[in-house]
Design a protein around this ligand. Structure first.
Ligand SMILES: [Zn+2]
Length: 261
């Protein structure tokens, strides 16, 4: 059997084994906490604001049986970045969403930013971005399942294929979620501007599942900081992220269903 056939076999098995309905386990990671306050400008403390938004988002996700949700921290306490990653890996979550707030030397800087980690070298990156709509997407749990316990997985080529699929899947899913988030923001004419960026933030670089980091706004922009301190705006942010997660899950489910037919 050549590598291409093996790849197809691995994909087909993973898709057949996926359950028709499943709860996506999301780990929400409010950044900073405890002695690490994050950015502070006037009354706005990053660690507090992201925790408030995370708790509101958790409440929305908990009401929906399509999701299972865990927080890296539910209080104002300090957790190291490696400990956050370990929590996500140990719980084998499907998605890792880290929440932060921005600060910039230019007070005019504003809006939300969605970061995903791309491990491809720059020349491959453009190719990947161009072709990613045609990629077959698997969720990371399915790939974990086929890499463990299966006799074939002892073979190095299978391991390499799984590694490759896993990396592509993680990146494509992370990008898809950032695009979905941007779409939600762009559909609301009152929403602040939304930008997709790439940066090697520790938590999104080291987690093995799809992950995004959301900068919810600039504390250094006086108007934005004022909004971020209101419960209405915090609720709006949580609702928007929740809508994007719903639509992301729907896309993942449809993709699996389409591939099976
Ligand atoms: Zn931060």
């Amino acid at each position: 059997m050549n590598l291409f056939s093996l790849k197809k076999l691995v994909l087909a098995s993973a898709l057949l084994w996926s359950a028709p309905t499943w709860a996506m386990h999301i780990m929400l990671d409010p950044g900073h906490g405890g002695v690490d306050t994050g950015a502070v400008h006037g009354a706005a403390r990053e660690a507090d604001l992201v925790l408030k938004v995370a708790q509101r988002l958790k409440a929305l996700l908990e009401k929906d049986e399509q999701f299972k949700v865990t927080l890296t921290r539910a209080q104002d306490r300090n957790i190291s970045l490696p400990a956050r990653v370990k929590m996500a890996e140990d719980a084998k979550v499907d998605l890792f969403v880290s929440l932060h707030a921005n600060a910039a030397s230019d007070q005019r800087a504003k809006g939300v930013e969605f970061f995903f980690q791309n491990n491809l070298p720059p020349d491959e990156e453009s190719l990947f971005l161009a072709s990613q709509e045609n990629q077959m997407i698997l969720n990371s749990k399915e790939l974990h399942d086929i890499s463990g316990g299966d006799e074939l997985s002892k073979k190095g080529d299978i391991a390499a294929i799984i590694e490759d699929l896993h990396r592509q899947n993680r990146m494509a899913s992370s990008l898809r979620l950032t695009q979905t988030l941007t779409h939600v923001w762009n559909n609301d004419e009152n929403a602040s501007q939304a930008t997709i960026k790439q940066a090697p933030f520790y938590v999104i670089s080291k987690t093995s599942m799809p992950s995004v980091l959301i900068e919810i706004g600039f504390l250094t922009n006086p108007r934005e900081a004022k909004k971020l301190l209101t419960t209405d705006y915090q609720a709006d942010l949580a609702q928007k992220i929740y809508s994007a997660l719903l639509s992301y899950k729907e896309k993942m489910d449809n993709r699996t269903a389409k591939t099976l037919n």
